[in-house]
Write a protein of this length. Structure first.
Length: 145
């Protein structure tokens, strides 16, 4: 899937939490978000731009969540696993808030491991065959080759 098609799919499939998405769809959509965010950094700081930035983040939240759930489906995992990763970072934030040395020792490596696992799963090739979440999103492209 190309860059423009990935961005279209990112928004048009916002409420699709049941099917699968390919690696290219996931990473191209994230690249677009990163490029937009970097371009937004060059705007002068003001209350108006802070409000616009917050509104854009809210506008991106649901499509990003559904895309990540579909990416989990592509590797054969439930989209509910997505909830584990923010939970770990919330625990880490709580340890910072309470200034807990034990928390830093425990959650620091835990959050680092969670980040590595998340990146691995998002980079992992999806199931070539159909799985319980649907058919291979790249099956059309594989048949042409």
């Amino acid at each position: 899937m190309g860059f423009i098609d990935s961005i279209k799919s990112f928004y048009f499939r916002t409420f699709d939490f049941r099917t699968r998405s390919s690696r290219s769809e996931f990473w191209y959509a994230n690249l677009a978000i990163i490029l937009f965010s970097v371009a937004f950094l060059f705007l002068p700081p003001s209350v108006f731009f802070n409000f616009i930035g917050s509104a854009i983040n809210i506008f991106i939240l649901l499509p990003q969540t559904s895309l990540t759930a579909r990416r989990f489906h592509d590797v054969g995992m439930s989209g509910w696993w997505l909830l584990c990763f923010p939970l770990i970072f919330m625990i880490m934030g709580a340890t910072v808030y309470f200034n807990s040395t034990f928390g830093f020792v425990f959650t620091g490596p835990l959050s680092g491991a969670a980040l590595i696992i998340f990146i691995y799963l998002m980079c992992k090739e999806g199931d070539i065959r159909d799985n319980k979440y649907g058919s291979d999103p790249l099956a059309v492209f594989r048949e042409k080759n």
